[in-house]
Write a protein that binds this ligand. Structure first.
Ligand code: SF4
Ligand SMILES: [Zn+2]
Length: 1162
């Protein structure tokens, strides 16, 4: 084993670098609001200060009085800080006498089980007061007066009114009786904007340039993820090998080489080999050579009981004569994802291990012999970071390990971390020294400050693009560093396009010119605009994310974004293992604690549905233990597919709760990867070596070219034409034109496929024809169902098709196209064949939901942009074969400006014919006794498009948490469906659509015995069509509040055009008419006499139709004592915020004497 590589001098140098990073940060980058305009070029970033900032001071000198400190002090002039909305002191009971020095100094021996939770108080800054000598931030709250005094470097923390901070330290009453705490270089810590969780990797990268980690978080490069460089690929693979050895506890050569054998053949392993152009055999050779030391490591360090004599633990802090030995005795976890809202950090730890450290002190008098005059043995957990590169104990590694130590202290009692270098076989102990931690956290605060600036500016003015500029620290202008910087493309692009800086004189002016010289004004504007719109989209993600820690599970559950108090269902056995996605490794079923009680709200009442991404946590500290998505959801249970094992025993031990009491919270998670990939794709258009062709077509709107075939071509083309002619058989003129245009397109052709015009047919024909001509096709849409609708028509295609995406979301019948369904590739060649040879690749793409971003123009689709600029590239498909004339008229008048035409007479006259109408007559006789009742009217063949006004019924909407539903309307829909079925209409002919998720859930529940009926949101209805479509508009209230969704006319239109023969829209005319867009709709409907007014109590006219399934909700019988449901509905708005439970309606009991008796007995 090589000698320890760190000397005391090197150690000191490391400290000083880290701290100098800190001091520079405080002095170099003043307020982010300061002008970033170029000043004179700097020779060295650390010596030169471009802004009017204070001169650097010697590190150890005390702070000079503020008055002389700087002409431009930090911008806070705030008095008082609003305090402690959440006091986390409860979490830290008994920690009052905690000493930071003690916690962070590893040498004092302490019980490893002592709580590591320093007191942490979450405060909101109310005002800041700068006094002489030191900046004093004072805080108070409505309940407690609090003051936070920032000394030393902390005084430069950027804060303003309204900012959230975590104060780590104990408040004590000061002379004036106010609870106060001093944050100094020696004691206590302040975390600014703790809800922004920065990664340990980002922070450890920040020492040279603050701009770099911020840019790389904005733009996540595809290449850095999949591991494009060989050393990254080997590194990732070796990580996996070491992790597997740790898991299995085996370190023999045979085992290691079998692991290597496996690792290179996994799909992800193979695909990274494809990217670096290396074959399996060469990869194995390389990895085996690199893995030599792993076996030695295992023999030396993996040990039960006391450490071996040669298991040296490198401790750079060791005093003369001190020696440490290490035995790793157990593995806690690998790849633990840790989020810490206390430190404002997150990170993934390679492994968490238990280790025994023996510390020996050699007697100074017997230097020649090692005398264990003082030997202590301590067992404690450690974060274990694996480094596979040749670089040993680099400063970044140490910083990262310290941060992991902090992160892990959220879950276990840890005080230092282990760095294992596979190349040098060294294991280094990295204590979390206060000075270094403070430096790192200051850098964290600074970076968080910049990120917060971005977010705030956007909140202040949503669409004001101009404000986007000042949200990155300045460039460091160091030619040597910037030249080698891996985000320099993005850095220069932001400088030019977003920050609008012209650089002709700085030391990096050459780099700047090389990277941005080609950008025109419109390029810059385009990038700037779209970059900001992407950021808008991101904002909500951050907002919802932090609810995980700032909001209790029950509170969040009330908002429909969480399932609280869930327990693991042990009885559940997941279905036989299928090849799963990376994020679906384990399957679990959860039920509410205590099972079905009166209190248990239906799990269906909320924003969470099948397919949604979730995180699983145990309050309060085990956040995001595992992530995954909802596979199945019923009122009482939820089945999740997740990425990490949930080991109840371990979780119970960590939370110190008895196993059966471990309560999970399942939170809706927002977008796994965020928008950084989208931003990266955007940026790539503008890079020097970027996608010039698309830049020209999309940004510069270059005219697309078409190469129309010459009629008198040679024979070969004649042959082709024959086959092509066959493909065109049966197509109408529009469809043929579309086909021709695509075949002639050199750049792009656009087909505007209005509803029912045979888009699917054309797309399928296009794919076949393009493949026949030797082209490759990427098939994509926003929704899985739209992609799969096309693939279902290509099931017997003779060419290869690759369907990418989460297998659980792919239509069962097209599973055979997924990678998972193929024989596992065994070599790079095989994988390459599987991935590269299918001429058709099908996958979904990202869609944009956010309304602010829409206002800014984010919803101007690429299609719109291109078709507006080049109408000649567009073909309209105008002949539609779906809707009858009435339904078509409706969408023509409202959306398509009469461009739609019926494809045939037969289509135009289409009506829904009830094969067993006589059954209905019998039903009327026994209930309403009326052959002209509303159901008769709606089901008449002549009634093809109708708005059914519920105003007189009445049918008011109500709230479940913040979700809206309409129970009476749901019953009306249900009764209509039942009548259709009674009349002989098949279930698969009927579709029910609502814009509201909660209404969908209600309807699904009512119609649960009719699984053939599709109940869909407007978005999911895309690509479907049904003979009869029933739409439930839901909104019905006195204030005329129609909500955003109804205003989104495009969604309504999508729903309307799903109907072939009959369209029934239930809604409140008086409420909906207040939306201008719908007003037009009502004028048309009234004009055509297509409005039908339901009589009062219409839903009670047909006893035999009253929902039977409601009895399945009878677990809530306790609610029967509630007031008359009618009056209750009218009052729904007054208690809109309290979640409502499904209740048993007295009318239902009237209809069922047996049930009534039962209920009366309670
Ligand atoms: S190019 Fe230079 S200034 Fe820009 S991020 Fe990289 S190191 Fe920082
Ligand atoms: Zn009737």
């Amino acid at each position: 084993m090589p000698a320890p590589t760190r000397t005391a001098a090197e150690e000191a140098a490391f400290m000083s670098e880290l701290l100098s990073g800190l001091d520079d940060s405080f002095f170099n980058s003043s307020s982010p609001l300061a002008s970033p305009a170029r000043h004179s070029p700097r020779k060295h970033p650390k010596k030169h200060h471009k802004r009017s900032s204070p001169a650097p001071r010697p590190r150890s000198t005390p702070l000079s009085p503020l008055s002389s400190r700087s002409p431009k002090k930090p911008t806070h002039k705030l008095e008082n800080v609003q305090a402690a909305d959440v006091d986390l002191a409860a979490l830290t009971a008994g920690a009052e006498d905690w000493d930071w020095e003690d916690m962070l100094t590893p040498k004092k021996s302490r019980s490893p089980h002592k709580s590591h939770r320093d007191e942490c108080t979450r405060c909101v800054v109310e005002s800041i007061d700068e006094l002489e000598q030191s900046a004093i931030y004072s805080t108070h709250s409505s309940t407690t007066q609090r003051r936070v005094v920032l000394h030393d470097d902390w005084a430069w923390t950027e804060l303003e009114k309204g900012d959230v901070v975590n104060v780590l330290g104990s408040f004590k009453s000061d002379a004036s009786g106010i609870l106060s705490v001093d944050i100094t270089s020696k004691n206590n810590i302040i975390i600014a904007h703790p809800d922004l969780l920065l990664t340990a990797t980002a922070l450890s990268n920040a020492s040279q340039c603050r701009r770099k980690p911020l840019l790389s978080s904005l733009i996540r490069q595809a290449s850095s993820e999949s591991g494009a460089s060989p050393s990254l690929v080997w590194g990732n693979m070796l990580h996996e090998v070491v992790q597997s050895c740790l898991k299995e506890g085996r370190w023999d050569e045979g085992f290691i080489s079998s692991l290597i054998n496996g690792v290179v053949r996994t799909p992800s392993g193979l695909s990274s080999l494809v990217t670096i152009g290396c074959d399996v055999e060469a990869a194995k050779k390389e990895l085996n050579a690199r893995a030599v030391g792993i076996k030695v490591f295992g023999e030396r360090y993996i040990q039960q009981g006391n450490p071996r004599e040669d298991a040296v633990l490198v401790n750079t802090r060791a005093k003369n004569g001190q020696k440490s030995l290490l035995a790793i005795t157990a593995l806690h976890d690998v790849e633990e994802d840790m989020w810490s809202p206390r430190w404002g950090l997150k990170g993934k730890i390679d492994a968490s291990v238990q280790g025994v450290v023996e510390e020996r002190t050699e007697s100074p008098f017997t230097k020649t012999k090692m005398v264990a005059s003082a030997s202590t043995m301590t067992s404690s957990p450690f974060p274990f970071e694996i480094k596979t590169g040749r670089n040993v104990a680099g400063m970044e590694h140490r910083a990262q390990t310290m941060l992991y130590t902090l992160l892990m202290s959220e879950r276990r009692a840890v005080e230092s971390g282990l760095l294992y270098y596979t190349q040098s076989e060294e294991v280094v102990r990295v204590p979390a020294g206060r000075a270094e931690i403070r430096a790192l956290l200051s850098v964290r605060n600074e970076l968080a400050g910049w990120m917060d600036k971005r977010a705030k500016a956007k909140e202040r003015d949503v669409v004001q693009i101009e404000d986007a500029a000042r949200f990155l620290p300045e460039t460091i202008d160091d030619e040597r560093i910037c030249k080698r910087c891996y985000v320099s493309d993005a850095c220069m692009l932001y400088r030019r396009a977003v920050e609008d800086i012209e650089d002709v004189s700085s030391p990096i002016a050459d780099i700047y010119f090389e990277k941005t010289g080609h950008l025109t004004v419109s390029h810059r504007e385009f990038f700037k605009k779209w970059e900001q719109l992407i950021s808008l989209e991101e904002r909500d993600i951050v907002r919802f994310k932090k609810e995980l820690w700032i909001m209790g599970a029950r509170e969040r559950e009330a908002r429909g974004r969480c399932f609280a108090d869930m327990v693991l269902d042990h009885a559940y056995v997941p279905p036989a293992a299928q090849a799963h996605h990376r994020i679906h490794q384990f399957t679990y079923r959860f039920v509410k604690q205590g099972g079905e009680t009166d209190e248990a709200a239906s799990l269906l009442n909320g924003h969470m549905g099948v397919g949604d991404a979730v995180t699983i946590s145990v309050e309060p500290h085990l956040l995001a233990l595992s992530r995954g998505f909802i596979v199945e959801l019923t009122p009482t249970e939820v089945i999740l597919g997740v990425d990490h094992e949930l080991h109840l025993g371990r979780i119970a031990a960590r939370t110190r709760t008895p196993t059966p009491d471990v309560l999970f919270r399942i939170d809706r998670d927002e977008l796994f990867g965020g928008m950084s990939r989208v931003r990266d794709n955007l940026a790539h258009l503008f890079y020097q070596d970027g996608d010039k062709r698309r830049l020209g077509l999309v940004v510069d709107l270059k005219t697309p070219q078409f190469d129309w075939p010459d009629v008198e071509e040679d024979d070969e083309v004649e042959v082709l034409d024959d086959a092509y002619a066959k493909a065109l058989e049966g197509m109408n003129p529009n469809q043929r034109e579309a086909m021709d245009k695509v075949m002639a397109a050199q750049d792009y052709a656009l087909i505007l496929g209005m509803p029912g015009t045979g888009k699917t047919t054309v797309i399928v024909a296009l794919i076949k024809e393009l493949v026949r001509r030797g082209k490759t096709v990427l098939l994509t849409s926003y929704t899985h169902s739209a992609v799969d609708t096309i693939l279902l028509k290509l099931l017997d295609a003779e060419f290869g098709i690759l369907r990418l995406g989460n297998v659980d979301k792919v239509h069962r019948d097209v599973h055979k196209f997924t990678l998972a369904a193929r024989k596992e590739a065994n070599s790079v060649e095989e994988l390459e064949k599987q991935m590269m040879t299918p001429p058709v690749v099908a996958t979904t793409c990202l869609s944009i939901e956010q309304s602010d971003a829409k206002k800014g123009g984010f919803d101007v689709s690429l299609f719109r942009r291109l078709s507006d600029a080049h109408p000649h590239a567009v073909t309209d498909l105008a002949f539609q074969y779906r809707m009858n004339e009435d339904i078509m008229t409706l969408s023509n008048k409202l959306i398509y400006s009469d461009r739609l035409r019926c494809g045939s007479k037969e289509v135009a006259k289409r009506a829904l014919i009830l094969p067993r109408r006589e059954q209905l007559t019998a039903m009327h006789k026994s209930s309403c006794g009326n052959s002209t009742c509303w159901i008769e009217h709606l089901l008449a063949e002549s009634c093809k498009a109708v708005f059914v006004d519920t105003d007189l019924v009445p049918a008011r909407d109500s709230k479940v948490g913040d979700l809206v539903q309409n129970e009476v309307e749901a019953e009306l829909v249900y009764q209509t469906v039942r009548s259709l079925l009674a009349g002989g209409v098949r279930e698969d002919q009927i579709g029910v659509i609502s814009l509201y998720r909660q209404q969908i859930k209600l309807l699904s529940h009512l119609l649960q015995d009719h699984s053939g009926i599709e109940i869909l949101t407007a978005d999911r209805s895309q690509g479907r069509d049904k003979d009869c479509i029933i739409i439930s508009m839901v909104k019905s209230n006195e204030s005329g509040a129609v909500g955003e969704l109804v205003k989104d006319w495009r969604r309504v239109n999508v729903s309307v055009t799903r109907a072939r023969s009959k369209l029934i829209i239930f809604g409140s005319r008086s409420t909906l008419q207040s939306a201008p867009l719908l007003n037009e709709f009502f004028m048309l409907m009234a004009d055509r006499k297509w409005i039908y007014n339901l009589p009062p109590g219409a839903h009670q006219m047909h006893r035999s139709l009253i929902p039977l399934t409601t009895r399945k909700r009878s677990s809530n019988v306790a609610l029967l004592s509630e007031a008359d449901p009618h009056s209750d509905r009218h009052e729904a708005k007054s208690n809109a915020c309290s979640p409502k439970r499904a209740r048993l309606d007295p009318r239902i009991i009237d209809a069922r004497p047996l049930l009534k008796d039962l209920v009366n007995d309670i």
